[in-house]
Design a protein around this ligand. Sequence first.
Ligand code: G4P
Length: 192
Amino acid sequence: MKLLKDKIILEGVVVNSEILKVSSFLNHQLDVKLLDAIGDEFSKLFCKKNVTRILTIESSGIALACAVARKMNNVPVVFAKKNKSGNVPEDVYTTSIYSFTHNKSYDIIVSKNFLHKDDNVLIIDDFLAKGSALNGLIDIIKQSGANFVGAGIAIEKGFQDGGKKLREQGFQIESLVIIEKMDCCGNIFFKN
Ligand code: G4P
């Protein structure tokens, strides 16, 4: 997606060869016009899937998921919460995620009230790296008995293997931008 790629080139900050900072438009300040365009793009890519719910994970996925939902008949957006207390509440689906970026595990929870077995669920998220978050969300969908129709990702880091492994399993994973490489001079090389 040219608009997103241009924005990354203009405002993205390469922290190191693994981490790209996009705080000025996706992770802290939000560019709502860009979000709107991303919503258009994903709604086209998944228009034939009869999506009934969008699932994401707090916090940065929420704004993106809402932008997509608006273009898909205002389907409900559900976000997995990071469980900060040691207790797991009743009536939730839960799974553990290991973040390579933050080097720690955390549990996510989704209320059983908001995912049903007759749902067609689209996952939306900002980044795809090693796929831990995405695999966790897919596990939650499996627990609910709902149908996972695919995932829309704004920025995939193609040099990490999350996207490759998920596509090998036959899932439809659509990334608007795939970064092939980042170097220590701040250059970003795109795959698509
Ligand atoms: P993975 O799920 O694909 O394996 O990635 P990982 O666990 O390493 O990512 C954990 C968090 O870091 C996620 O957000 C993810 O969106 C974010 N992330 C991964 N790589 C990058 C990157 O290169 N740049 C930026 N800006 N974020 C990255 P989170 O910690 O859950 O935070 P948030 O959603 O509250 O922002």
